[in-house]
Design a protein around this ligand. Structure first.
Ligand code: 5GP
Ligand code: ZN
Length: 114
């Protein structure tokens, strides 16, 4: 049996619908289906890698993901600040094993995160 494609690869292929807010040649930004803040956008590389650390092997693509997140933050008017989160591994709560940044903003953030 052929392994099913990962969820975010399916979003990239347009097989699973998503509310896309911005994109570049290397990255895609779309709203989280279960938003935890007024702005909760996921920013992912088009390349399938397991996590952000693996994306560090592709420096230009890592920079592109961070740059797109910053652009979306600006477009969303998050002038007072925002948080970028990269859950890495099961103990950190990573559930989708395709690298992604959570862009969270539009409300006061607590520190440290739970
Ligand atoms: P993780 O837990 O791996 O850090 O983040 C995965 C995120 O993907 C979660 O915040 C979850 O709400 C989101 N998510 C899961 N399934 C879907 C989906 O089908 N569409 C969208 N837009 N987000 C999803
Ligand atoms: Zn993938």
């Amino acid at each position: 049996m052929i392994a099913p494609m990962c969820l975010f690869c399916r979003i990239l292929e347009g097989e699973v619908p998503a509310q896309v807010v911005a994109q570049t040649e290397a990255s895609l930004a779309f709203r989280d289906i279960d938003g935890k803040a007024p702005t909760h956008v996921l920013v992912i590389p088009r390349r399938h890698v397991q996590n952000l650390a693996e994306l560090a092997e592709y420096a230009a693509e890592l920079a592109d993901v961070v740059g797109l997140a910053a652009r979306v933050a600006q477009d969303e008017g998050l002038d007072l600040g925002y948080r970028l989160v990269a859950n890495t591994g099961s103990q950190a709560g990573q559930t989708v094993h395709h690298a992604h940044l959570h862009l969270l903003g539009g409300r006061e953030m607590t520190w440290p995160p739970g």
